[in-house]
Design a protein around this ligand. Structure first.
Ligand code: NAG
Ligand code: NAG
Ligand code: NAG
Ligand code: NAG
Length: 479
């Protein structure tokens, strides 16, 4: 009897251990590195482990970055950028790619690569069909190369799609189908994924629906259940996430792949650069999402089991293109320096605790570059534009955290961003004699004037020229 009680107690203990260890198995995170000073991969590994996040999605397969995930127990999804697709539509190149970028990490104690994301939203309407003819051949070639390397059972290739590849016309989610201009191709892709037991990857953004459509009912973007429900036959939808996912489920049914696994490759909410982009809204979104998926283990009406999701994104990226909107550089759950922005409980229990930030971050000295005054204000504008075009002024846009600064402080903000993103280079704080370096904190209670971090992977040269819009807008508004 005593043995049985012991066995039972032990069984219970193991059960509790398993449940708590797996509480957030459906949560992964995207890590993009389009920042002037990206965090070092070793810090990112530590952050993921501290926050018990066991899956990461990357946008490339940079060898130096990927090798840091060896032996960490973190599952990795590698990415292939769209500009590599035409190359990979030739099998020899796909074979080389797998050899150099996948096989090399697969050894005892190596990297736990589980997926390869081929391209990124290749059928986006704004690409004008540029990748339509190369992405499917690339997908097939990469998977075949994985198969021939003996990795195909474990590593699955797929294509991250924007949710605009399907829609429901004027009907509800049950009317979902793939977009007519790519439907034939999508059906072929879906059936290839099905045969290969690969997942369908889709990016879902309730924030963008709200941003693009002022009439979008705001409650529908969140998970409180108090939005005006949308009826679809016998089903009621109270949030966009469920409606969107079920539109995909209906599209897959029509394509002959009703049970294809779905992974949400990107989902998140930005915290700056837009009126709806702030930490309060982001927290509300994530709290609702985690409560539903992790704590309640709920999926959508047509897919009742919770889907796996990759949050977008781990950190802010101050060199991302702002063409889609100024919020693009503020998707991070963590700031540029790996410090948390708001309380977040990945277990969905709603505990009000901060996620664990990056450790041992090395900052540049506490010094800021600010506007020192000018005799002729007309001289300031070209310098302001210069600084914004080559750094990041997206927080100064209407609704942004730095939009309420006065004229002089605006110029200081731009000068400081340029100075910090250039690693506090002394010569980056000149601006024809209109700038000076100070040691007093130039931040206000709302607007952070950041101090750059030391980084092993600086990438400033990629970002030049992408900020022209912000620069022009800011000088138009303020001068
Ligand atoms: C491996 O990946 C890197 C980074 O994405 C890329 O530059 C390189 O060309 C790839 N190798 C092959 C053979 O394609
Ligand atoms: C798509 O076409 C539009 C309009 O012709 C053009 O402005 C845009 O640059 C094109 N985009 C790409 C990626 O080719
Ligand atoms: C966040 O955005 C919402 C929607 O625009 C707004 O109502 C709210 O006041 C904002 N909160 C903060 C703290 O800025
Ligand atoms: C500057 O002040 C801001 C706002 O009070 C604060 O968040 C930040 O940590 C300060 N920076 C430094 C380097 O002390």
């Amino acid at each position: 009897m005593a043995h049985m009680a012991l066995a039972r107690a032990l069984g219970w203990a193991i059960f509790v251990l398993l449940v708590t260890a797996n509480f957030a198995e459906c949560i992964g995170v995207n890590w993009g590195t389009q920042a002037a000073q990206p965090l070092d991969p070793s810090m990112v590994v530590q952050m993921l482990q501290d926050n018990k996040i066991h899956k990461v999605k990357l946008f490339d397969s940079d060898h130096w970055t990927v090798k840091f995930f060896a032996g960490t127990g973190i599952e990795v999804m590698l990415g292939i950028p769209n500009d590599q697709l035409s190359k990979l539509s030739h099998y020899r190149n796909a074979k080389d790619w797998v050899k150099q970028n996948v096989s090399t990490h697969i050894y005892d104690g190596g990297v736990d690569i589980k997926h390869v994301a081929v391209g990124n939203e290749p059928f986006l309407k704004s690409y004008n069909g540029s990748f339509t003819h190369t992405v499917f051949p690339a997908l097939k070639n990469v998977q075949r190369a994985l198969d021939e390397a003996g990795l195909g059972d474990k590593i699955k290739a797929s294509i991250p799609q924007n949710a605009d590849v399907y829609d429901s016309g004027s009907g509800g989610p049950s009317e979902g189908n793939f977009r007519s201009d790519v439907r034939g191709l999508m059906i072929e892709i879906v059936n290839f994924l099905k045969e290969n037991k690969s997942p369908f990857l889709v990016n879902i953004y309730p924030f963008l629906s709200l941003y693009e459509n002022p009439d979008f009912p705001i409650g529908f973007a969140f998970f409180d259940g108090n939005a005006q429900p949308i009826r679809d036959h016998n089903v009621q939808y109270t949030n966009m996430f469920d409606a969107n996912l079920d539109t995909l489920v209906s599209s897959l049914r029509k394509a002959g792949a009703p049970n294809l696994e779905i992974i949400v490759g990107e989902i998140g909410w930005p915290t700056d650069g837009d009126v709806y982009g702030n930490a309060t809204m982001a927290k509300k979104f994530y709290d609702g999402l985690f409560k539903k998926l992790v704590a309640s283990k709920k999926g959508s009406p047509l897919r009742p089991e919770p889907v796996e999701v990759y949050l977008f994104s781990l950190t802010d990226e101050n060199l991302k293109s702002i063409a889609p909107g100024y919020f693009e550089r503020h998707w991070g759950i963590f700031r540029y320096d790996g410090q948390p922005k708001f309380a977040l409980d990945f277990s969905g229990q709603g505990n009000n605790k901060m996620p664990i930030g990056a450790k041992n971050v090395r900052y540049y000295p506490s010094q800021w570059c600010v506007f020192a005054g000018a005799k002729d204000m007309n001289m300031v504008i070209p310098n302001l534009d210069y600084a914004c075009q080559r750094s990041d002024c997206s927080a100064m846009i209407a609704g942004g955290s730095c939009s309420k600064l006065d004229k002089n402080k605006h110029v200081s903000y731009a000068f400081n961003m340029y100075f910090q993103m250039n690693n506090q280079d002394f010569e980056a704080c000149n601006f024809q004699g209109m700038a000076k370096i100070i040691e007093g904190n130039a931040s206000t209670s709302e607007c952070l004037f950041p101090i750059a971090i030391e980084s092993a992977g600086g990438r400033l040269e990629n970002g030049i020229g992408v900020s022209i819009l912000v620069a022009i807008l800011i000088s138009l508004v303020f001068f």
